[in-house]
Design a protein around this ligand. Structure first.
Ligand SMILES: Nc1nc2c(ncn2[C@@H]2O[C@H](COP(=O)(O)OP(=O)(O)OP(=O)(O)O)[C@@H](O)[C@H]2O)c(=O)[nH]1
Length: 410
């Protein structure tokens, strides 16, 4: 038999929704593996990461059902490979909203998970849907989860609440699929819906490469001798173009340094020495999935996610770095994510705002205001294109809350 060529994941499908509605359980039901467990990370008090889980989507030529298994779990026939999909499991806790936003920027489509045994919408159900709307993601499917916990009447009541909630939003026409992630019920129907509705890749592999860095680490163990030192590793998702082993790359905004008491950032170049995609070493990596880029960088620079939020590309081909942003501002009517409904007040001069662009997050001080426009001085510069969308959050009580988005002006 011919050796099967490894195919990299083509699309990123996000799992979004309120805390405990079943995103992680559903990711496991779809892929057979657990993505990173945020609750475990939370307990240990370390960085709360976006979880990635890769799956081979297979179709049964005999009964037409979808699964991830080489043998059809429904009729036993041999299944056929369709494509690899990466599921991005985002945290549903309100304190982790900026992490969710970083993940949302990588999603080609998303499954909004809503538990049938709770009234809809819960605060982060609303907030995550708004986040998808803000980053411009329209490919949405709704999974009505924990269906086995409710009566038929309650399920219909909850379905109607969901319909009412999505009216007038990007998810207005999203299919709503009742499932039980815990018991694997109807997961094949959901997988078919993912194939039908949201798995068309839209990232262009022929453009200059651009990778959003989500994490970075140092794989060296304590006591590693200098001659055995492995360079720093960058983990993220390629949003366009491709990267190859041996490529010279630039990383922007780069690494911090101090000048006259001020923190500045300097772009840095290095070489790709290894590439990992879907857990395998590859020579070339494409848009979609989580990619690990081994570099010649000093691991000191990459440890503990220090490089998260950077963009990787070919030297001289990356978007500009901004220390000050001029934004065309679009505010929401209501603050999302809070239990009570609050009106969004206009942005004020000297106000601090939290901005998310791609996987980067930064805090900025509003220095000037115009009609539907704000100028913001950033604490950490960002690398982005004019026209890119920036999610804007403001501090309400003790939390950052999404209040709108801005478009970067020249
Ligand atoms: N009865 C029932 N329980 C479920 C189902 N899906 C998930 N659960 C349970 O709901 C709880 C939360 O599930 P998770 O998958 O961790 O929820 P989550 O949305 O990933 O939570 P965060 O990532 O913390 O936002 C767990 O105890 C699951 O076992 C389901 O279909 N039925």
């Amino acid at each position: 038999m011919a050796k099967k060529k490894f195919k990299q994941s083509e699309v990123n499908i996000g799992m979004v929704g309120h805390v405990d509605h079943g995103k992680t359980t559903l990711t496991k039901a779809l892929t057979g593996i657990w993505a990173d467990t945020h609750s475990e990370e939370l307990r240990r008090g370390i960085t709360i990461k976006i979880g990635f889980a890769d799956a081979e989507i297979r179709k049964c030529p005999s009964c037409g059902k979808y699964s991830t298994s080489p043998k059809c779990p429904y009729c036993g026939a041999e299944t056929e490979f369709e494509r690899r999909i990466s599921f991005i499991d985002s945290p549903g806790h309100e304190a982790l909203m900026t992490t969710m936003l970083a993940g949302a920027s990588l999603m080609d489509g998303a499954v909004l998970v809503i538990a049938a045994n709770e009234p809809c919408p819960k605060p982060q159900t609303r907030e995550h849907l708004m986040a998808l709307q803000i980053v411009g993601n329209k490919n949405i499917i709704i999974a009505q989860n924990k269906i086995e916990l409710v009566s038929k009447e309650k399920a219909i009541e909850n379905y109607n609440q969901i319909k009412e909630f999505v009216k007038g939003t990007v998810a207005e026409n999203a299919p709503i699929i009742p499932i039980s992630a815990l018991h694997g019920a109807n997961v094949d129907v959901l997988m078919k819906a993912i194939e039908d509705f949201i798995s068309t890749p839209k990232r262009d592999p022929n453009k200059p490469p651009k990778m959003f860095v989500l994490r970075s680490f140092d794989v060296n163990k304590p006591g590693t001798t200098p001659e055995k030192l492995i360079g720093g590793v960058l983990g993220g998702s390629i949003v366009q173009g491709k990267l190859k082993v041996g490529d010279e790359i630039e990383i922007r905004p780069g690494v911090p340094y101090e000048e006259h008491g001020r923190i500045k950032y300097e772009p840095i170049t290095t070489e790709i020495v290894s590439l990992q995609a879907g857990g395998k070493f590859v020579d070339e990596a494409f848009p979609g999935g989580l990619v690990g880029v081994g570099t010649k960088l000093d691991p000191y620079l990459t440890k503990g996610d220090l490089m998260a939020g950077n963009i990787v590309g070919k030297p001289g081909q990356l978007p500009p770095v901004w220390e000050d942003l001029r934004l065309e501002v679009h505010l929401l009517d209501r603050v999302v994510g809070t239990e009570e409904e609050l009106k969004v007040e206009p942005i004020k001069r000297r106000e601090m705002l939290l901005l998310n662009v791609g996987t980067a997050r930064t805090v900025g001080l509003v220095t000037n205001l115009g009609k539907d426009e704000a100028e913001i001085k950033l604490q950490i510069p960002i690398c982005a294109e004019p026209g890119d969308r920036v999610a804007i959050s403001r501090q309400v009580g003790s939390r950052w809350r999404l209040i709108g988005y801005g478009l970067i002006k020249e």
